[in-house]
Design a protein. Structure first.
Lengths: 489, 416
């Protein structure tokens, strides 16, 4: 049997160095006994193992980084078998590089469980350390101290967190086996201490205790949910924890008294406020201008689509536009931004308008239906075609926009838009690209919706369809050029 | 009346804030105070610094700036018609309290909300001033969650996102009718519009940081911890199916990090309008489980609600088990062959254990004992799987299967 001596209970570097030598010499895991310097038992054991002064061959044992990371943490565990086990895993890793993924093996499972315990211990240290101010009221850097009892020897793993968080205050965390102190330049580890090393009080603790009491809802007692995350072993160092027994004991009484409380007259203030609010609300008249239309539209509840959409999306463009472009309905992005044709279909429309020699900024762009209709699917909202009833209901708004803008020509993109503009259904393929004069109103040109082009899977087909779409838009331009502007007539 | 002390104010304004379930401090970007004159850090994972006996995590200082309110939402302790004691913190008081608590490692940061005073804009400006002062006057780099007043100007929402890690607008009730009835001053449209504005800003920042030209410039930041919302369960007559459909639309529409479900809880001086019976806490728990199935287990809302009788989830067993019992034709599944997605449908298996099964079975055909080392308990799983040495026989189809999972005696539930 070989006795190997380590310098401290968490001497990872020593373990790593000596393990390399042992491995190079082919020493089997069950031939090694690991001791910590100064521990009882070492006195009578065989003289400690002295590795060959020359380092083992530089090629050394290869292990996954995951193992080193875990081993570095696991040496902080209180399990006395940790060094034997780690060497045994290291040994196995030499024969089987994938050993760590055999999670049903006892040692691999042990490693994972210990690692989890250490990480939890570090996390709980970050959570449950409570600082007390040492030099309250004094000028200069503020000084804080905390007494904490971690389950394992994890202070070196947990202290850097406090350095990152509190670099501009001086602090010390004292634990039974070690202390960590920060002075603004260096994080120093020293011997452990005791509870009495830390100041017994801090006035802010009373505020914290008040907060703890007040944030608790006595009507929903879930003690096990609390203790599973904040086990009792931590309570003795938490300034708020001694309040818990009484909060639990009085909870049901407090909840009951809330329910049994006799009804009281409402606060008279409420009535004043309600009267003021109702007084303000006046029935909306039919909007007389485009801005009024926009405002009235934002409160529209004429069909149920308002219930799920974020907002109504009004048309956009000059009030005296000669061209009005009508789409089907806002999509996901239009619903979010409140503006028409800003999503993928809108961007395509912009490009084709340019191809056709038209300027979007000179057109009034709107939709047949002003609210987004969709079905949620996972993280996205899938567009749903509006039905005839929704289009017809929303026509009221489209008609108002037409009345205020008075365009010479309306381009209807797709069947829904055509229904909104014409008031009845048509087949787009029968009508597309033709100027349809309307008695006493703007002429209408029907074509496809740009979203249709985006859905075509075949690139050749998509190209020809885009050309046809551009031709339709060019026909609109030709019409506008051929007709004198109504104000010039 | 003498001016109240900070402790007395805290008593009132923390009590008034406790009906907001959220206390999360997670999901923001990593930052710390090294090399700055400031204080604080966020490291991705949230930290719960304490737990109250109601089982809720205490991660943030959760207070209202004031519990005066001009709105009269029936379910709310701070509604204008309530006779609760009213109080108000000054901006400086909240800033100091946050820093004092933070330096003692009691909290990860601040969750600030407020009753609406004077006007929504004025209130939002006050909330903003607290966040601004913490960030700019004190170099505070901890977590800030601001409640967004939906009725406030969109420009104020934009400013809020510059300082806050997380923003939230509560939808409060799952249905438009519920809102009209119980919260006459609020409207679902206004709330959704505010959520849309927040998503719009978050999307803009995302677009900008993926743009090659802007990448070199300092990355802009807008509410890096995203947005969340809360729904009160059991105050109106909405069913679980209504609630889940409503939240699936919110998740899809606004990229929410979380929807919190909060079982309506009796408040002092409650409105006579409210239902006399409060919902059991377990209903809230089942909704969270269903929410998880939807977000992490690949179930559609329709699948989850298909097993909800009259729209209500089974209170005695969890919704995934409930779904499995009604779809027994799909079971037992072979844990050595099932895909990751299929494994997630087995009761008792979550994403972590499913991943480990996939990893472990590369080396060996898993037995029930092997599985026992991967999962916490085999009890729920056994009837639904086959393994190297295990087949459930007719257990999967046995009539009494549901009874095996119903724990008796039922958990004592106070005042349900």
């Amino acid at each position: 049997m070989i006795t190997v001596e380590l310098q401290s209970p968490t001497d990872f570097d020593g373990w790593r160095r000596l393990s390399r030598h042992l491995l190079a010499e082919g020493v089997k895991p069950d031939e090694v006994e690991w001791h910590i310097e100064g521990d009882a038992g070492t006195l009578f054991a065989t003289p400690a193992y002295q590795p060959h002064p020359a380092p083992p061959s530089s090629s050394g044992p290869r292990v996954p980084k995951l193992f080193i990371d875990r081993a570095r943490r696991v040496v902080c565990h209180t399990d006395t078998s940790r060094f034997i086990r780690l060497y045994r895993i290291l040994w196995r890793l030499q024969q089987d590089g994938a050993y760590l993924s055999r999670i049903t093996e006892t040692d691999v499972k042990w490693l994972e469980d210990c690692d989890k315990a250490i990480r939890r211990d570090v996390h709980k240290t970050h959570a449950f350390v409570r600082f007390r101010q040492v030099n309250a009221g004094a000028a200069g850097r503020q000084e804080f101290a905390a007494w904490f009892e971690p389950t394992h020897r994890t202070l070196e793993l947990s202290a850097p967190f406090f350095q990152r968080r509190f670099p501009n205050m001086d602090w010390i965390i004292v634990t039974p086996s070690m202390s960590a102190a920060w002075d603004g330049t260096m994080l120093r580890y020293a011997e452990g201490g005791s509870k009495s090393d830390v100041t017994p009080a801090d006035a802010v603790e009373d505020q914290w205790r008040t907060y703890f009491k007040s944030i608790f809802n006595p009507a929903r007692l879930k003690v096990t949910a609390m203790t599973s995350e904040m086990p009792r072993k931590y309570w003795k160092n938490l300034p708020e924890a001694d309040l818990i027994p009484n909060l639990i004991a009085t909870a049901s009484e407090r909840a009951k008294s809330m329910q049994l409380q006799p009804e009281r007259a409402p606060n008279p203030l409420a009535e004043v406020l309600t009267r003021r609010r109702i007084g303000k609300a006046t029935p909306a008249p039919t909007p007389q201008t485009l801005p009024e239309t926009r405002k009235a539209l934002s409160a529209c509840t004429r069909c149920p689509l308002y219930k799920d959409a974020s907002q109504s999306v009004p048309g956009e463009g000059p009030t005296n536009a000669r061209l009005m472009i009508v789409g089907e309905q806002p999509g996901d992005q239009e619903d979010i931004s409140g503006r028409p044709f800003v999503g993928p279909a809108g961007q395509l429309l912009d490009r084709v308008l340019v191809d056709a020699g038209l300027n979007r900024n000179e057109a009034y762009v709107t939709n047949a239906v002003k609210h987004f209709k969709f079905q949620p699917r996972g993280k996205r909202r899938m567009h749903q075609r509006p039905n005839a009833g929704e289009i017809d209901t929303c026509r009221w708004w489209l008609d108002l926009e037409r009345r205020h803008v008075q365009p010479d020509l309306i381009i209807a993109l797709g069947a829904s838009a055509a229904r909104g503009v014409l008031g009845h259904s048509i087949k787009v393929s029968d009508m597309r690209g033709k100027i349809l004069p309307q008695p006493g109103a703007a002429s209408v040109l029907v074509t496809v919706h740009p979203a249709y082009l985006l859905r075509l899977p075949d690139p050749d087909r998509a190209r020809t369809e885009r050309q046809r779409f551009a031709q339709d838009l060019s026909a609109a331009r030709a019409f506008l050029e051929g007709t004198a502007h109504r104000t010039n007539a | 009346m003498a001016r109240r002390t900070i402790i007395q104010k805290l008593e009132i304004l923390a009590d008034a804030a406790k009906y907001d379930a959220s206390c999360a401090s997670s999901g923001s970007k990593k930052r710390n105070a090294l090399g700055t004159a400031g204080i604080g850090s966020t490291e991705g994972m949230g930290i719960c610094h304490s737990y109250a006996p109601d089982g809720r995590c205490i991660s943030l200082l959760k207070v209202l700036l004031t519990n005066f309110c001009i709105f009269d939402c029936r379910y709310c302790i701070n509604r204008s018609s309530s006779n609760v004691r009213r109080e108000r913190f000054s901006v400086d008081e909240v800033v100091k309290l946050t820093l004092d608590f933070y330096k003692r490692n009691y909290i990860e940061g601040l969750f600030l909300s407020s009753g609406i005073i004077q006007s929504p804009n004025y209130t939002m400006e006050q909330l903003l001033e607290v966040a601004r002062s913490l960030r700019q006057d004190h170099g505070f780099r901890g977590y800030i969650h601001l409640k967004t007043i939906a009725e406030a100007d969109p420009e104020l929402i934009r400013l809020a996102g510059l300082h806050a890690d997380r923003l939230s607008v509560n939808v409060e009730l799952p249905s438009e009718q519920g809102l009209t009835h119980y919260a006459p001053e609020k409207s679902g449209q206004t709330i959704r519009k505010a959520m849309a504005d927040i998503r719009h800003e978050i999307d803009n920042v995302k677009d900008a940081s993926s743009s090659r030209i802007l990448k070199r410039a300092k990355a802009p930041s807008f509410a890096p911890g995203g947005q969340s919302t809360q729904m009160i369960v059991g105050a109106d007559s909405s069913s679980d199916a209504d609630i889940l459909q409503s939240s699936s639309k919110l998740y899809a529409g606004y990229g929410l990090k979380r929807v919190y479900y909060s079982a309506y809880s009796p408040v002092p001086d409650a409105s006579a309008d409210l239902p006399p019976v409060r919902p059991p806490l377990i209903r809230e728990h089942r909704l969270y489980q269903a929410d998880w199935m939807f977000r992490f287990y690949g179930f559609s809302t329709a699948e989850i609600t298909s097993v909800a009788e009259n729209g209500m989830l089974d209170l005695e067993i969890d919704p995934k088990l409930s779904w499995a019992l009604k779809n027994r034709g799909l079971f037992p599944m072979d844990i050595n062959k099932a895909s990751y997605g299929e494994l997630l449908r087995i009761p008792g298996l979550g994403p972590a254990s499913a991943k480990r099964i996939v990893q472990a079975r590369r080396h060996t055909r898993l037995t029930l004992t092997d599985l026992g080392k991967i999962v916490r308990s085999l009890k729920n799983i056994r009837p639904f799987i086959t393994a190297a040495n295990w087949t459930p026989g007719h257990l999967t189809d046995s009539l009494g299967l549901r009874d095996r999972f119903v724990s008796r005696p039922r958990q004592l539930d106070l005042f349900s």
